[in-house]
Design a protein around this ligand. Structure first.
Ligand code: ZN
Length: 294
């Protein structure tokens, strides 16, 4: 058995690990670098397992579109990856120098197998919930009597909308454990402290009739943030306020997550996120700035 790290070792982004066994060759993730650069990755894989939809784990799939690859991942990963790839194509083509069109993303849409277990040429593949974002999975490969566990991004604690990964569900004593370690050495303040800090700052601004811009990923993070704010409004910690998103992508992701919601801890509220169409354009062009720091 041979394991080759093709991306994301000693760097952030571009996750791709090749696992070659006597009977086949598998890619664990197929991502792009954070600067959006499409990697020159090998294309001769029998299957590509995508841990979750974030582009640093899935964004190079467009370069496989002519190969009709066998892609393995959850239904949410399949749907949201399709949306994010289309978004990347749109943005890169606006910049002018991109080799891919929507037809490439459409080819990728038809290549998915979305079950939690799969057997291919003497290799067993098992997926378990990773708790990182909706649909994220930890992969266990079994071949040649050995077990390899690949975590992708994972999260052990529950968040606003998603149950954390259960450590006891991860297979014990694998021959090889390949794990994400980007923030592994970082000690962060407890989550409740960060949430309290956020709510305090929101309240400060709301009381002064100000606006708050929160930069967040379109997929999962914006839904999580909206749910947190919605819960605080419901609990009367915050006053009633409209929450808007500035692109259609979060609304699309919310629909996907809500439709395939078995993994969700709490239901998303449909009333929380309003689409950009109902948002005053003056809000974007002339956000009211706070006169003093929070
Ligand atoms: Zn991620």
């Amino acid at each position: 058995m041979k394991i080759v790290v093709l991306g994301a070792a000693r760097e952030v982004g571009g996750s791709c690990i090749a696992v070659e066994t006597d009977s086949g060759k598998i890619a664990l993730d197929y991502g792009t670098k954070l600067d959006g650069e499409m990697q020159k990755l090998p294309t001769d894989f029998d299957a590509v397992i995508i841990s979750h939809a974030h582009l640093d784990h899935s964004g190079s799939l467009l370069s496989l579109s002519k190969e009709n690859p066998l892609l393995i991942g959850s239904p949410i990963t399949r749907n949201v990856t399709g949306d994010l790839l289309r978004d990347m194509i749109k943005i890169q083509n606006e910049k002018g120098n991109f080799d891919f069109a929507i037809s490439h993303a459409e080819n990728i849409d038809g290549c998915w197998h979305t079950g939690d277990s799969y057997a291919i040429q003497g290799l067993k593949i098992q997926l378990q919930s990773a708790g990182h974002v909706a649909g994220a999975k930890i992969t266990t490969l079994q071949s040649e009597g050995k077990r390899i566990v690949y975590t992708g991004d994972f999260c052990f604690h529950d968040t606003e909308i998603l149950q954390g990964c259960k450590p006891e569900s991860i297979p014990k004593r694998p021959a090889v454990l390949i794990t994400e370690s980007t923030y592994g050495g970082k000690v962060r303040p407890p989550r409740y402290q960060l949430i309290n800090q956020l709510l305090k700052q929101l309240l400060f601004t709301m009381k002064r009739k100000g606006n708050v811009l929160i930069p967040t990923f379109a997929f999962h993070r914006s839904q999580e943030m909206a749910k947190r704010i919605d819960s605080a409004i419901e609990a009367r910690i915050l006053p009633r306020y409209n929450v808007y998103t500035v692109s259609n992508l979060p609304t699309k992701s919310q629909d996907t997550i809500t439709k395939i919601n078995r993994c969700l801890l709490r239901k998303l509220s449909n009333k929380t996120i309003l689409s950009i169409t109902s948002m005053s354009s003056t809000f974007i062009q002339q956000p009211k700035l706070l006169s003093r720091p929070l």
